[in-house]
Design a protein around this ligand. Structure first.
Ligand SMILES: Nc1ncnc2c1ncn2[C@@H]1O[C@H](COP(=O)(O)OP(=O)(O)OP(=O)(O)O)[C@@H](O)[C@H]1O
Ligand SMILES: [Zn+2]
Length: 844
């Protein structure tokens, strides 16, 4: 050290001290960002994308994400100091922040709502956050000096398992204790988690290894062998150890050890010998925190299938089109092998060093695809969906940040993940309505968000579908996006033969067995006879949509919603599918006392029930919301069907989507009519998609597939389009109608739902809002108010207003502001205290 430096007095403290301010996103529905003052000693630590702890209101402490760091104090309030910087590195990336900002603006919600939806709850902290001892913390091995306060907390955690932040404050009698918590965190003494129900528990594995004294050199190891020569049981253990751990090739590998149970569960080894070795300090035991997503064994080279000539041509066309366009639609019929093409493209993107996001509409689909992708991408594949625990989500989040996961497969919420170098996004089954989040805000469509993500990352997006949404196809027709067609099935397979069954006629001819036509029953029998499988689709779950009294026509209704209660036979309950209300099914009519209560209509449960009577030998499984509540139930049902442990799969929409089963040769649609007559401008499009998709599950691997559609009205033109797989016809007709009646893609729709516990004020408020919107936006664009078909849900009366906006974006922003102002003005009206207005952009 030079003498000058020894006398150096730090002067920057005196003059160059700059006060920094951080704008933070609180995880609350607040309209703007809040600015906090950064304590000088944290100036170096604070950074965009990292979390900080702040006090909000008088008591609450929250973690929030830094969106901006600057030097301008806020004008209208005195900025408080932020309390702590939690992260050493950002947990939210720059492109993510941009995307979140865009989502908040586009979907007309707050940035806080977006962040709240985006972050797994273990990354959100508040005064209710809990701490617990780190499972690996051990007084004896701890190398860090601990302060009295820290000792105090550890002592309390030994007594009580967990403490909330508030309790920590009380324990230490300090208001500012976050430094202490952070210090304990850094020393790995504690971990933080959000809810008691879901403690963050890293998975710990017990391992053993030789103590270092015996592994300094080959000689010491040899000495050990000599030493144990007279103790054969211990020698056996040692021999097994050197067999399982490659220490004879490289002594340093001893450090990694082996899992203890590889020894203890071996019937040829003596447990007491293992314990003696541990007791004598020849071996030692240690814990390792392992990933919940174990590394795949032997990464191996890529293992994907060879593309057929048609697939290879489609792949090349996609790559070529990416040269000119950022977004390409792969319109490939069901069973054409789109997945194989995706895998090929993913591989290319990964080899070039990019990250890939592969979006799927439904968890049920992930299980099959994940198995296929795992074989190719091994430990570089991350999976993200809503049935994951929070721990698992945090691990995926961190795995993407650290670069461990290069490919992520997930459902719509994966658009929130912290990618930094995305180069390819795939939106499979892009037409699927389940990409849309209805509640709560942000009410986004993951397909649209994916396109925006691609924009911020300068990545390419491939949309794929056998039945593209009319909007998407329109953008291809107009030349905005690229289009690649794949019009043949892979291999020997051809599209299935679709046939209609007129249930009215069959009923007259006495050819109906309850809800099954003879034709369908015979077709099922034939199929099972050939040891092939059947999928039956019915659009409703439960046993029956409602029951009614034969004598007085009484129908049980939900007490919170304007709907009748569905009957669920297994639980003998009447259930509301909107609010979850349940009651026991009465034996007699509460209105007239009659015992003649009968069920009306039918759902999947009834189909399953009746089928068991009609075909008692067959093995039937049902897949719907009621049978897939548990985390792995989807997987189990799909696996059973795949392995042909079941013959018939009965289900709701869940069975229609992209599933790939080799032995299915018959698909039955039990009642097509309710789907076609849904009151919505997309009803025809949706019905076509549903019928074609569910039909597409038949005959995928060379078998001749057959589809039977039961309907009371076979003359509807949509059926001919399904029979002919005539997407073009459907598209031409739909697009003409959309243009004529001004629907998307020709306009943008925004729906406002006005909610109030009483009917009158709900209606009055809706009329006022519609009038104000009319004044602001001009006539013609505002439709309603109108009470929706189900006019009360969860004790809230509903009214809807639809706004149609021209697509030029300059206009759009202005109009959105007008809408927000109109809603604000209405909410300020003192007459409507309990009013809520939900805004949904691009509703569906
Ligand atoms: N090149 C290939 N080599 C081997 N098998 C293939 C190949 N292409 C497709 N297959 C098989 O054909 C079947 C159908 O493929 P895939 O599931 O990818 O179709 P898809 O286009 O996604 O259909 P859908 O739109 O109905 O979901 C799968 O079982 C798949 O493994
Ligand atoms: Zn209800």
């Amino acid at each position: 050290m030079t003498p000058e430096l020894e006398f150096h007095i730090p002067t920057d403290d005196v003059h160059e001290r700059v006060t920094l301010f951080a704008d933070v996103i609180l995880p609350l529905p607040l309209p703007k960002l809040y600015t906090y003052r950064v304590p000088y000693q944290m100036s170096e630590e604070v950074m965009v994308g990292a979390r900080v702890l702040v006090q909000f209101g008088s008591k609450k402490v929250l973690s929030c994400v830094v969106a901006r760091v600057h030097e301008t104090p806020p004008k209208d309030y005195q900025a408080k100091y932020l309390l702590e910087v939690i992260d050493e590195k950002p947990v939210v990336t720059e492109p993510q922040l941009k995307l979140f900002q865009w989502m908040a603006e586009y979907y007309m919600c707050t940035l806080g709502e977006v962040i709240n939806a985006a972050l797994p709850s273990a990354l959100k902290l508040s005064s209710e956050s809990q701490i617990q001892l780190h499972p690996q913390f051990n007084d004896e091995t701890n190398e860090w000096p601990l302060t009295a306060h820290e000792e105090n907390i550890i002592f309390a955690l030994r007594q009580k398992q967990s403490l909330t932040f508030t309790e920590v404050g009380q324990l230490l009698q300090l208001t500012s204790f976050h430094k202490i918590i952070k210090s304990l965190l850094l020393k790995d003494v504690i971990i933080i988690y959000e809810e008691i129900a879901e403690k963050y528990a890293p998975k710990v594995v017990k391992k053993v290894r030789l103590t270092s004294a015996y592994t300094t050199s080959e000689e010491t190891l040899e000495e050990l062998f000599n030493q144990l020569a007279s103790k054969p049981k211990q020698l056996d253990v040692l021999l097994k150890y050197v067999q399982l751990s490659p220490i004879l090739q490289n002594l340093r590998t001893n450090e990694e050890g082996i899992e203890k149970n590889l020894l203890t569960s071996n019937p040829h080894l003596s447990l007491s010998a293992i314990n003696t070795l541990l007791k004598h300090g020849i071996m030692e035991q240690f814990d390792v925190v392992v990933s919940r997503f174990p590394m795949a064994e032997g990464r191996g080279p890529y293992l994907s299938s060879d593309l057929s000539p048609a697939q290879a041509a489609a792949r090349d066309a996609v790559l070529e089109t990416f040269g000119e366009k950022d977004t390409v639609l792969l319109h490939g019929i069901t069973g054409s092998g789109k997945t194989e093409i995706y895998m090929d493209l993913i591989q290319k993107a990964v080899e070039a060093g990019g990250q890939v996001l592969y979006l799927l509409p439904e968890i049920a689909l992930t299980t099959q695809i994940v198995t296929r992708l795992k074989r190719v991408f091994g430990d570089r594949l991350g999976v993200y969906h809503s049935k994951f625990s929070d721990n698992e989500r945090v691990e995926v989040w961190n795995g993407i940040l650290s670069g461990r996961f290069q490919v992520v497969v997930g459902v719509r919420s994966s658009v929130f993940l912290p990618f930094h170098s995305l180069s390819l996004l795939i939106v499979d089954e892009e037409h699927e309505p389940s990409y849309k989040q209805h509640d709560p805000a942000p009410r986004y469509n993951a397909r649209e968000v994916a396109l925006m993500m691609a924009h911020f990352h300068q990545a390419k997006t491939l949309l794929g579908s056998a039945t593209p949404s009319v909007e998407t196809y329109y953008h291809c027709q107009s030349g905005k996006w690229g289009l690649v067609n794949l019009l043949e099935r892979y291999g020997e397979a051809t599209l299935p033969l679709v046939e209609l069954v007129d249930v009215r006629q069959e009923g007259l001819r006495k050819n109906m067995l309850s809800h099954f036509s003879q034709k369908l029953v015979h077709a099922i029998e034939d199929t099972l006879h050939r040891h092939e499988q059947v999928i039956l689709f019915q659009n409703r779950r439960g046993y029956a949509p409602f029951i009614d009294c034969n004598d007085c026509a009484w129908i049980p209704k939900c007490r919170n919603c304007a709907v009748s209660l569905s009957y669920h036979k297994f639980s003998n309950e009447l259930r509301c599918h909107y609010c979850g209300y349940t009651e026991r099914k009465p034996n007699d009519c509460p209105a007239c006392g009659s015992t003649m209560l009968k069920t009306v209509g039918f759902g999947t449960e009834k189909i399953e029930d009746e089928l068991k009577l009609i075909l008692p030998q067959s093995r039937i499984q049902r897949m719907d919301l009621d049978t897939t509540k548990r985390k792995n139930s989807h997987q189990q049902i799909i696996e059973d069907f795949e392995m042909q442990r079941t013959d018939i799969l009965v289900g709701t929409q869940m069975v229609t989507k992209g599933l790939d089963f080799e032995h299915v040769s018959l698909v039955g649609i039990l009642s097509a009519d309710s789907i076609i007559h849904f009151p919505d401008f997309r009803a025809h499009e949706r019905a076509f998609q549903l019928f074609v998709q569910v039909s597409g599950r038949a005959g995928r691997k060379g078998k001749n597939g057959k589809v039977l559609i039961q309907t009371a009205n076979p003359n509807q033109p949509i059926f001919q389009r399904v029979i002919d797989n005539d997407y073009q016809g459907l598209y031409q007709q739909e697009i003409a109608e959309r243009q004529k009646f001004r629907y998307p893609p020709f306009v943008r729709m925004i729906r406002m739902t006005i909610k109030h516990p009483e009917a009158r004020p709900c209606e009055q408020a809706a009329i006022l809002l519609a009038k104000d919107l009319n004044d602001r936006l001009g006539r013609g664009g505002v439709l309603g108010p109108e009470a929706p078909h189900i006019f009360k849900i969860r004790n809230q009366f509903l009214q809807e207003i639809h706004v149609k906006l021209d697509r030029e974006s300059g206009h759009l922003k202005h109009s959105k502001n007008q809408i927000l102002e109109a809603v604000q003005a209405l909410l300020q009206n003192k007459e409507f205290k309990q009013l809520r207005v939900v805004i949904d952009v691009d509703p569906s």
